[in-house]
Design a protein around this ligand. Structure first.
Ligand code: HEM
Length: 247
């Protein structure tokens, strides 16, 4: 579960580090903020069970909240984006994943929590499929056939834009994105967890061309249609620990 800044401010509380999604409307590739108040990520294999869990949350939230967006995500093959490229390869693992995604050493009420950036991307797969496989590889910066990184990929290649080791300080995040389909539209529901939003924002600034004027080649076939930041409270023994929002 994620909580947006508006809820926190209306409770007259503070979550250090929580902010609004950046509105980069003047960037070469503009991205928009579409702030939401609460976010739930329901996971499981059984769509029926997920529906009923979602409905139960709806009943609890109903007096105060309207549902704005429900997105059905799923796993494609061995964890691919709908373009056929493996997504998540360079995610930090184990201890390093925890360090990247989970807050530690801040305060008792904040430790164990995480910040998530949520961005729904809409693909134009017809546009992507017009490219040869070699051109597609240069959009991503990896080979579809082997998942190998292409060292001399163009500067606009996605992994060249967001290479985590290439930032100062290195910008590690834990991505847990999944493909989505609705009617005849499809894309990637991008999720990135961090102990702060700094790493995500450095990556996003490079993608949209704010750093060196070069924008990410992903924009040639995909565009973000939402942009949200949430704080995911820590889990205590009795469920969510919301003490940061209590007096
Ligand atoms: C249409 C949306 C997107 C698609 C299809 C996509 C796809 C991919 C793919 C295929 C990879 C290579 C494999 C891997 O390491 O996971 C990758 C890497 C990565 N992506 Fe994305 N991505 C998207 C959006 C984003 C956004 C919005 C960000 C952050 C602002 C981002 C951050 C990253 C990072 C940090 C890596 C790893 C780079 C490295 O250290 O090598 N991606 N993405």
């Amino acid at each position: 579960m994620g909580i947006g800044i508006k809820i926190v401010t209306s409770l007259q509380k503070e979550v250090p580090g929580l902010q609004l999604f950046p509105e980069l409307s003047k960037a070469p590739m503009p991205v928009m903020a579409t702030p939401g108040d609460l976010w739930f990520w329901l996971r499981g294999d059984d769509m029926g069970e997920l529906l009923h869990r979602g409905r139960a949350i709806e009943v609890i939230a109903k007096p105060a909240f309207d549902i704005h967006n429900i997105v059905d995500g799923f796993k494609y093959g061995h964890g691919m984006d709908l373009t056929g490229y493996e997504d998540g390869t360079e995610n930090p693992q184990d201890k390093e994943a925890e360090e990247a995604a989970i807050m530690e050493g801040e305060s008792e009420k904040m430790d164990g929590s995480s910040f998530v950036a949520v961005q729904q991307w809409l693909h134009d797969l017809n546009e992507f499929e017009k490219l040869t496989e070699n051109e597609q590889d240069n959009v991503i910066g990896r080979k579809k056939s082997t998942n190998e990184e292409i060292s001399d990929a163009p500067n606009s290649a996605h992994v060249k834009r967001v290479e985590q080791d290439d930032f100062d300080p290195p910008a590690y995040v834990v991505r847990r994105s999944s493909p989505w389909i609705e009617n005849q539209q499809s894309g990637l529901m991008f999720l990135s967890f961090g102990h702060s939003f700094d790493a995500f924002e450095m990556q996003l600034n490079r993608m949209v061309g704010m750093v060196d004027g070069v924008s990410d080649a992903l924009f040639t076939f995909s565009k973000p249609i939402t942009g949200n930041y949430y704080w995911c409270p820590p889990l205590g023994k009795e469920g969510l620990n919301l003490s940061q929002l209590m007096s």
